[in-house]
Design a protein around this ligand. Structure first.
Ligand SMILES: [Zn+2]
Length: 190
């Protein structure tokens, strides 16, 4: 379990998808979840950076969990997901300000993530207020973006949710570059 968290955390950090203390990861274990500690550095996760708590019930460890615990809980309560990756991918976040949704223009992105909804009418909205909406949409789309903030990705495996996050960011980077070059992303043959 620790090695999974370490591999994914390191991948997110080295690819610039989270800052030194940003983002969070969790996996579901029956009625519980294991989630990264509040403010833990995803690039160098140690045993003490993982917190186990209930999905519906609090435990003594609950206050130590990531500040985005309630969103993870809401996803597990309402979907069949077993793993959640929350990251702050810069190109995806940049596009979230101007797009209504992300439709990947590369084949890999389009195949895996035909449409990525963007939530949050403005960036002042608190994440907890969007938890129900996040859980509802992520059950259908695997990955969603919160405007001006970041991504949530779900799967049965942490590695797979990480992979979806990487694919989203790659697609967004390409879309961003094509837009910068004034090329219509819809015409991309990639
Ligand atoms: Zn965040």
């Amino acid at each position: 379990m620790l090695s999974q968290f370490q591999a994914v955390g390191q991948g997110l950090f080295t690819q610039g998808l989270v800052s030194a203390q940003g983002g969070n990861l969790s996996v579901k274990l029956g009625e519980h979840l294991v989630i990264t500690h509040r403010g833990s550095p995803l690039g160098s996760i140690q045993e003490g950076d993982l917190v186990q708590t209930g999905i519906t019930k609090n435990s003594r460890a609950t206050p130590l969990a990531s500040t985005e615990l309630e969103v993870h809980r809401c996803i597990y309560k309402n979907t069949s997901a077993l793993a959640v990756v929350h990251a702050h991918p810069p190109y995806a976040v940049a596009l979230s300000f101007t797009e209504e949704e992300i439709v990947p223009c590369d084949v890999e992105g389009r195949t895996l993530l035909p449409r990525v909804p963007i939530l949050g009418a403005d960036i002042e909205v608190k994440l907890e207020e969007l938890a129900d909406e996040i859980a509802r949409l992520i059950g259908e789309h695997k990955v969603i973006l919160i405007r001006g903030h970041g991504s949530f990705a779900v799967s049965q495996l942490l590695e797979e949710a990480y992979y979806y996050t990487v694919v989203l960011e790659r697609s967004c980077r390409l879309r961003y570059l094509l837009k910068a070059l004034d090329v219509d992303p819809g015409a991309s043959p990639i």
